[in-house]
Design a binder for this molecule. Structure first.
Ligand code: HEC
Length: 174
């Protein structure tokens, strides 16, 4: 190896070392900055995603319109699970905490002979007579508000579409 070659080689090595130091340093610098940077990005991206899916689900759920809503009887049957702690629904089924509900749509308020209804419920019987869909809908939305003093300890079903599904299923019990 002559001197020129050696100088060249050591110059290349020196340049490499410099490059390593330089880029290594830059890497270390940006490396230490990156996580913060990325963290902010992730949080922002997550927030955007959450809000955009929220908007999407809101958009997918149009305002409830009883005139055009097509009730889902099968879903109504599933929702009735919420009632089964207190009610039976089969023809000839027993009264439990609450009365049996076979044939309840169109039946008289307090329709079960021998079941001890609250005086609040019996007052409703005098007031409107039968459980048509409108009265059922109002009772199931907020039992305690619609029949003040009712002994049905149930908070109600707040979504109108769910009540419509449930009432559609109740109608099949005849
Ligand atoms: C924690 C127990 C409980 C749950 C849960 C419950 N109910 Fe009741 N329900 C009662 C009781 C008790 C009464 C009697 C109310 C009274 O006399 O004031 C009643 C009465 C009723 C009546 C009036 C019946 C009649 O003969 O006039 C209807 C209709 C009714 N419930 C529907 C439902 C539906 C539908 C659900 C589920 C979405 C439900 N209930 C959930 C306890 C319950």
């Amino acid at each position: 190896m002559n001197l020129a070659t050696r100088t060249f080689i050591s110059a290349v090595i020196a340049a490499d070392l410099l490059a390593i130091v330089y880029f290594g340093g830059t890497y270390a610098l940006t490396g230490s900055m990156l996580p913060h940077h990325e963290e902010t990005k992730i949080i922002v991206a997550g927030a955007e995603e959450a809000s955009s899916t929220e908007t999407a689900s809101k958009a997918a759920e149009p305002a409830f319109d009883p005139a055009t809503y097509v009730a889902n009887v099968e879903n109504g049957m599933k929702i009735s699970a919420k009632c089964k702690a207190c009610h039976t629904f089969d023809n000839g089924g027993p009264d439990r905490t609450g009365p049996n509900l076979w044939g309840i749509v169109g039946a008289s308020v307090g329709h079960r002979e021998g079941y001890a209804y609250s005086s609040a419920m019996l007052a409703k019987k005098a007031e409107f007579g039968n459980w048509d869909k409108e009265h059922l809908n109002a009772y199931l939305e907020n039992p305690k508000e619609y029949v003040p003093g009712t002994k049905m300890q149930f908070n109600g079903i707040k979504k109108p579409a769910e009540r419509a599904d449930l009432i559609a299923w109740l109608e099949t019990l005849k």
